[in-house]
Design a protein around this ligand. Structure first.
Ligand code: NAD
Length: 371
């Protein structure tokens, strides 16, 4: 493999780019001819000239069909996937659980399609873990978004004009995004409480100076990959009851609760929202996979009759595109570098990372869950 192509993202909401100039330079040093679609980095603050200065070539038109390796942030359309060169490699956020038609198109086209979502959560794969790098920034952005929408300040202030109490934040779901949301809200001076169904999280919450809300749900836990196990409907009801009082007292709620490959749990009911104070803000970070909050809508701000704002931003990390692209691009570079032997990108299905991330190979879909 020799030519690598970095696409201009087709989704208008997308602000990130798959490879930034600094990593284009490193890929050129690895021996790649790096081709970048004109304007690909513009929304993230990188010009075509920046890429050229890094040794990349700026191209326009249907270049993906000529490249050996195509990188993008979001998945291509089914039509575009069908045009990729036979035997080429593609890497992006493919969303394979929900994109079976696209996965079939890749198999039919004879493309090796790798999904960032399927990279294992192992120590060695951490440097290529896009879910983590982007969720981390999503958690940060959720707090900044809430802070910019709420009509009050976050920290406590003691002034001659009176004492201002700190805002109360409640973080539901403490994975990568939730941990960063706690840390960011704490840095801005808020009082923070948090809850997760995985008991191991309690220590992490406390170490960030936040309070862990205790709700006895009986048997819960996590999978070998560290993901939450699904709750029974009875357990979810117990969770709602246990959380209702904390919700009513919170000024900001950020929900991040997801179940890998499945619909997000509906945790906050309309009744619970109805019990919140006027002017409170809820950020539902799981809105794209079904939503944790009743009434949230993708990419909309819903104002409830009792004056609570429910924010359904679908991709909060796109609000910090330069940083998000820097991290994404570093993950891409580390993936490619991991499989580079003697200056050549080599397919290696004995490697757990490639075995798990590549969802189509030799004209076949490699995982039954995506058929
Ligand atoms: P995620 O985005 O799938 O889910 C977010 C959080 O929601 C999780 O903490 C989950 O437990 C929680 N959740 C699910 N249902 C819930 C409910 N009903 N109520 C409250 N919370 C609920 O998770 P993630 O951020 O991708 O991380 C999952 C785990 O994987 C974490 O333990 C993380 O530390 C671990 N991880 C490990 C590595 C690594 O070892 N390299 C890398 C990344 C993440």
């Amino acid at each position: 493999m020799k030519t690598l192509f970095v696409t201009l993202e087709k989704d208008q909401r997308e602000t990130r780019v798959g490879v930034i100039p600094a990593d284009a330079r490193k890929l050129v040093a690895l021996g790649w001819d790096v081709n970048v679609e004109s304007g690909a980095g513009a929304k993230a603050g990188f010009s075509d000239a920046d890429y050229q200065a890094a040794g990349a070539k700026i191209v326009t038109g249907d270049f993906a069909s000529q490249a050996d390796f195509v990188v993008s942030v979001r998945k291509p359309t089914i039509e575009d996937a069908g045009k990729f060169k036979k035997g080429s490699f593609h890497l992006s956020l493919l969303d394979p659980f929900n994109e079976k038609g696209l996965i079939k198109a890749f198999a039919d086209a004879g493309v090796y399609a790798a999904s960032f979502e399927m990279i294992p959560r192992s120590t060695i794969a951490q440097k290529m873990d896009v879910l983590s790098s982007q969720s981390n920034l999503g958690g940060y952005s959720a707090v900044i978004r809430a802070a910019s929408l709420i009509n009050r300040i976050l920290p406590m202030m003691m002034t001659p004009a009176g004492t201002i109490s700190p805002l109360k934040f409640f973080i539901v779901g403490v994975g990568v995004a939730g941990l960063q949301a706690i840390a960011t809200a704490k840095r801005l001076g808020a009082r923070v409480e948090a809850f997760d169904t995985r008991p191991v999280v309690e220590e992490q919450v406390k170490s960030l100076g936040a309070k862990f809300v205790k709700i006895d749900l009986g048997q819960t836990g996590q999978t070998a990959q560290g993901y939450a196990k699904e709750l029974t409907p009875e357990q979810l009801e117990m969770q709602r009851k246990g959380m209702a009082k904390v919700c009513a007292q919170s000024d900001v709620i950020i929900t991040t609760a997801k179940l890998f490959g499945r619909k997000a749990p509906r945790i906050i009911s309309a009744e619970m929202v109805g019990g919140m104070k006027r002017g409170s803000v809820i950020i539902d970070m799981a809105v794209e996979s079904g939503g944790n909050v009743e009434g949230s809508r993708p990419d909309e701000i819903v104002m409830t009759p009792n004056g609570v704002m429910i924010v359904g931003d679908t991709c909060l990390e796109t609000r910090v595109p330069a940083t998000a692209s820097q991290m994404f691009s570093s993950n891409v570079y580390n993936y490619i570098n991991h499989f580079t032997v003697d200056g050549q990108f080599k397919l290696n299905f004995d490697d757990a990372i490639m075995k798990s991330s590549v969802v189509t190979a030799d004209g076949q879909i490699t995982d039954k869950r995506f058929m």
